[in-house]
Design a protein around this ligand. Structure first.
Ligand SMILES: *[C@@H]1O[C@H](CO)[C@@H](O)[C@H](O)[C@H]1NC(C)=O
Ligand SMILES: *[C@@H]1O[C@H](CO)[C@@H](O)[C@H](O)[C@H]1NC(C)=O
Ligand SMILES: *[C@@H]1O[C@H](CO)[C@@H](O)[C@H](O)[C@H]1NC(C)=O
Ligand SMILES: *[C@@H]1O[C@H](CO)[C@@H](O)[C@H](O)[C@H]1NC(C)=O
Ligand SMILES: [Zn+2]
Length: 290
């Protein structure tokens, strides 16, 4: 019998399906990492079949690409608590993205910052909500290879307690306007989320946007996160556990990987296999030459 988290993942669905996606809710006291990006085992399997069939060959081993990033700052009033994040935090966040993605060959260029005053969107933009659809429909910019980030408060309704959520590359074609990353504003570098204020929440969400699953996807069985060099993991790791090894024979859990649920300071990198998958997903579904 697997844990309740595996059960939740089995029930979950992704943006393409009409069923609302469940997501991990926050612990009652304070937030702990809760990412709203979930996908069922069945959907991973069908997506992987499609990906293997459609996957484009690499340009060259060391190809690089620079992608545009549009920051859409939703605020309820012009205070930090109201979501009015300083430009400096956005520049610092872009630097964290560039540092953390350096080994993948992908770099990021801030294209613009748009400030959007809406208390409703700030408080209630949850996965699959009418608020989410309205916000993205009005403000998304660019094409499949353009990253749109929406910073919001995730304070009420179904999004309460999440640090962020993202769409996958393979869903761009059918739902282009939904594409992007929704991010809790207080996860930007130097802001107020205890343990989650070094900018690694966006690094993690952009990992999904670039085609990566959680390291604990699928638990101990099957193809897991579809990457060969990330050891399997039965469930998310929180904090920064030492010597965690949840899958027999799989090796130590990848608690320092950006695609786990540990604290920002615990996360150190992507694997070579993840970098390879990111490039292949970006080539195939986001038309990036890399
Ligand atoms: C890619 O980079 C690695 C490390 O710098 C180097 O060993 C390898 O020869 C490069 N490959 C190509 C095709 O340039
Ligand atoms: C600004 O908005 C936040 C979030 O809605 C709210 O908690 C705060 O009280 C507001 N501050 C002012 C000065 O209106
Ligand atoms: C990685 O960092 C090196 C050293 O700063 C830099 O020359 C290179 O362009 C970076 N690569 C990417 C993809 O950001
Ligand atoms: C950048 O954003 C500002 C404010 O939203 C807007 O007026 C301007 O046209 C945008 N510039 C570009 C190049 O998109
Ligand atoms: Zn996630």
């Amino acid at each position: 019998m697997h844990s309740s988290i595996c059960f939740a993942l089995l029930l979950a669905s992704s943006l393409v399906a009409a069923v609302p996606r469940p997501f991990i809710r926050d612990a009652p006291v304070g937030r702990r990492r809760g990412c709203g990006t979930h996908i069922t085992a069945a959907r991973v399997a069908s997506s992987e079949r499609r990906f293997q069939a459609q996957r484009l060959p690499p340009e060259s081993e060391n190809a690089t690409a620079t992608l545009d990033v549009y920051f859409n700052v939703v605020f309820s009033n012009e205070t930090i608590e109201g979501g009015y994040v300083p430009d400096q935090q956005i520049h610092d966040q872009i630097k964290v993205l560039n540092d953390d993605y350096n080994s993948t060959g992908i770099s990021w260029r801030l294209a613009n910052i748009t400030r959007i005053k809406s208390e409703d969107w700030f408080l209630r933009v949850a996965p699959e909500s009418t608020e989410e659809k309205g916000l993205k429909k009005s403000f998304r910019q660019g094409d499949a290879g353009t990253l749109n980030v929406y910073t919001v408060g995730l304070a009420e309704g179904d999004g309460q307690g999440l640090l962020g959520y993202a769409t996958f590359p393979m869903d761009f074609e059918s739902e282009p306007t939904s594409d992007g990353v929704v991010l809790l504003h207080s996860t930007l570098p130097g802001s107020s989320s205890d343990k989650y204020n070094l900018g690694r929440t966006l690094v993690h969400e952009v990992g999904h946007w670039a085609g990566l699953y959680h390291t604990f996807q699928g638990g101990c069985t099957g193809a897991g996160d579809e990457v060969d060099d990330t050891p399997p993991e039965e469930s998310p790791a929180y904090g920064c556990p030492q010597n965690r090894d949840t899958c027999p024979g799989g090796g130590p859990d990848p608690v320092h990987n950006f695609m786990d649920y540990t604290d920002d300071a615990c996360m150190t990198g992507f694997t070579k296999g993840q970098a390879k998958r990111i490039k292949a997903q970006l080539r195939t579904y986001r038309h990036v030459d890399v």
